[in-house]
Design a protein around this ligand. Structure first.
Ligand code: FAD
Length: 469
């Protein structure tokens, strides 16, 4: 700390701890640091929470970091990469640079909150200023409350309460970010080898990515210009590509929800875009739920559903057939193949594959949650947990368990021309190039569990569950 004593207080660097906010625009922590005029050290830490991420997400995160590092270089700054516990790394960099302040944009998942609370408490006694900012949601989860001050468990009243609040306007990107004199050493991103766990063809998935802040912004502009008027009618049809695809950049903070909100309203000020904004607000609702009841991440939100007779063997051949897109049910297999080859899946199809897994196959929803966490490039802990529990019938505001999607009827309704299924079940989709050699790709002639039989078994299991209550 000898060096720290030699630095005048108004020259002491500010450390910005980057997490899921790989953007220059509307990045409150970065903007606040730039506004002080002091040198800024931007650091990303590969900590144990990061190492626990799923394969596709971690790989895509690495690409996002590489891209953001280039953005920072354009501003004359550097992205410093370090691995280890967040507290140790931050301590080291403070020692090396004489920084007296740490800024970050808040996390809302239970593990992230626990880590951040520990870091804050530890620096509180050391004359280090720690400040966290609101940067990742439309509104902080504790600011939207019921009339009695509690949190919401049902979406519609949440939306009514959120949509009348003033959502903070997005911030302009910092004009400059002063570089510190003694730039701390950075680890090499290539050495981190963040794609090591991608057992499949990353090159295939890479063709579908929407990478970086500029691409996200361009996609938002294009979506608002040409797609949004058809969104309300068309968003449920997987072959029509009438959704925004912004979930991927949102997952890494390459665009903020507030940017999307305000730009949409600027363009469509008279309620024309309400359907889209309502979907965007589901993401906030998911984080509201995870923040107020983190149990949703790991167990049935309706606790009694933990006693349901879920099938719970990870080596169950039916689970493996579902993962590998060979259940013999066209729309389910098409969706699982889209997921594997692109890291994405259309929302309507997510609901159908999730229903088939948790109802026709009665597998525990946690297997689906984990598979999505490992394979989605737009994985979002809160939306994923909420989505799975919504379909499985054990979440807040969930579809009841007895409502079993029939994938064939859904296909007739939402893929009537068979365009989506034909593409993903055909040989030119990229799926076969993406899968590991150990996978079988041929599909059975008949469904591994027929739709009527699976539905009957699901309803019988529900009856048994209700009788046992
Ligand atoms: P658009 O229709 O253009 O919507 C705009 C934005 O609104 C999305 O980018 C997303 O941020 C938000 N949004 C829309 N629908 C939902 C929703 N149902 N729940 C939460 N936010 C929503 N979304 C993820 O971002 N990550 C996940 O890991 C994830 N897992 C899911 C798992 C299941 C089982 C289900 C049923 C849904 C899941 N979703 C998840 C929600 C939804 O499928 C995706 O957000 C959506 O498909 C993203 O495509 P888009 O950006 O084109 O959406």
């Amino acid at each position: 700390m000898a060096e720290a004593n030699m630095i005048a207080p108004d020259e002491a660097p500010i450390l910005v701890w980057l997490r899921r906010d790989l953007r220059l625009r509307d990045n409150p922590a970065l903007s606040a640091a730039a506004a002080t005029g002091r040198p800024v050290v931007v650091v990303f830490i590969r900590d144990p929470l990061f190492d626990a991420l799923g394969a596709a997400h971690k790989w895509r995160f690495g690409l996002g970091l590489d891209h953001f590092a280039a953005r920072l270089r354009q501003l004359g700054n550097r992205l410093i990469l370090r691995s280890g516990s967040a507290l140790d790394v931050l301590r080291d960099i403070i020692g090396e640079t004489g920084a007296t302040t740490i800024y970050w944009n808040r996390a809302y998942d239970p593990d992230g909150i626990a880590r951040d609370t520990e870091v804050k408490a530890s620096f509180a006694s050391q004359d280090i200023d720690v400040e966290s900012f609101s940067g990742n949601l439309l509104q902080e989860p504790w600011k939207t409350t019921t009339k009695t001050g509690g949190h919401f468990k049902v979406y519609s009243p949440f939306w009514r309460a959120l949509s009348v609040q003033a959502i903070a306007a997005p911030l302009a990107p910092p004009a400059q970010l002063r570089l510190v004199g003694n730039v701390p050493r950075s680890e090499d991103l290539a050495q981190w080898d963040l794609g090591a766990e991608m057992r499949r063809g990353a090159a295939v998935v890479a063709q579908h990515l929407l990478l970086g802040e500029e691409a996200a912004q361009a996609r938002l502009d294009q979506f608002l210009d040409t797609v949004l008027p058809e969104y309300g009618e068309g968003r449920d049809f997987p072959a029509r590509a009438l959704t925004s695809n912004l979930s991927e950049p949102l997952a890494y903070g390459e665009i903020s929800a507030r940017q999307i909100w305000h730009q949409t309203l600027l363009r469509y000020p008279h309620g024309e875009a309400e359907k889209f904004l309502k979907e965007l607000a589901w993401r906030d609702f998911a984080w509201h739920l995870t923040f107020h009841d983190p149990h949703i991440q790991t167990g049935c939100w309706r606790r009694e559903w933990d006693r349901f007779q879920w099938e719970d063997r990870a080596d169950d051949p039916r689970l493996i057939a579902w993962q590998q897109g060979r259940t013999g049910v066209d729309l389910v297999d098409a969706g699982m193949r889209e997921l594997y080859a692109t890291g994405r899946m259309h929302n309507r199809v997510r609901m159908i594959v999730a229903s088939y897994l948790t109802k026709h196959l009665r597998m525990h929803w946690r297997f689906g949650q984990q598979w999505f966490a490992d394979t989605l490039v737009d994985w979002d802990a809160a939306s994923n947990a909420m989505g799975w529990q919504w379909v499985a019938g054990c979440g807040p505001d969930a579809a009841p368990y007895f409502r079993v999607f029939n994938p064939d009827t859904q296909q007739q309704k939402f893929d009537g021309q068979n365009t989506y299924c034909r593409h993903w079940l055909g040989t030119n989709s990229g799926f076969e190039e993406a899968v590991p050699l150990s996978w079988k790709t041929s599909r059975p002639l008949n469904p591994i569990v027929s739709l009527p039989e699976g539905r009957a078994q699901a309803l019988a299991a529900l009856e048994a569950f209700k009788t046992a209550e």
